[in-house]
Design a protein around this ligand. Sequence first.
Ligand code: COA
Length: 247
Amino acid sequence: MKALKSKIIRDKSGEEQIAEIGMLGGKHEFSQTQDLHQLVVDSLGPDEKEFLLPKSESYFQKMFKGEAGYTIGVKINDQLVAKSVITLPKSGDLENGLEGIRTPVENDKIAVFESDVVHPDWRGLGLNKWMTAYREQVARDLGKTNVLSQIYYNNIANIHAHMKNGMQIIDAIYYPEDNAPIFYLNGNLYSVEENWDCGRHGISIISIDAGFDEFRELIDQGLIGINVEARNIIFCCQRQMAYQRSA
Ligand SMILES: CC(C)(COP(=O)(O)OP(=O)(O)OC[C@H]1O[C@@H](n2cnc3c(N)ncnc32)[C@H](O)[C@@H]1OP(=O)(O)O)[C@@H](O)C(=O)NCCC(=O)NCCS
């Protein structure tokens, strides 16, 4: 990894550590990435299994070759402690998973952030936030205007992380391949959307425990998820709704 940035963080025992962030490449990092992904998949509890699915070797290969995107990593003392992926869908690309999603702009203006993983010993220290900021810069440099993330609907920690970063829930679909209930969150890389029209539709506050179909109904009515508090997601309407479900 060519470390592009570094910073000092305090680990959980209070000791200072130098963390480095950059794009991963090379054989050793390829196996470190697969191992970290598998470690976190294995560490998920029975109710969390869908939060992060195992990925095939060819998925990581595509990212490492830069064919479909890039893998970003954080290292501390040469140990890979966090990794995430930025994928770059193209317009008309049928394998990008965005068919039928209410995307705010054309696919070639969107970067998809996925496969966020932080080693359990290094959570809560802002590493995922750091990787997101880094990926946002990569996306801007590539001429993208929007970021889309797909999150399993019950993964409240990850929804928190994304919404604190200014993203909103713009769609809720059962993923065609495995029927998994998935939220799509959109972020604008150049401005935070704050143009809410709560007067017309009011505000709806729905607990994540209410069930996925409640959220789908709200989105069909033209509302989007704008904030989260504990296990409740706050939905409101956005003025000049631009989101259209593609054919
Ligand atoms: C989700 C995950 C990547 C977050 O990583 P992290 O490095 O601990 O997150 P950060 O420390 O950068 O936190 C970012 C923000 O999210 C919030 N957050 C993180 N975990 C949270 C939790 N469990 N509950 C509520 N908020 C949480 C933080 O408070 C922080 O907000 P702040 O800046 O206002 O303090 C990590 O928990 C993980 O690897 N989970 C298992 C795998 C997974 O579910 N991946 C998602 C696949 S798409």
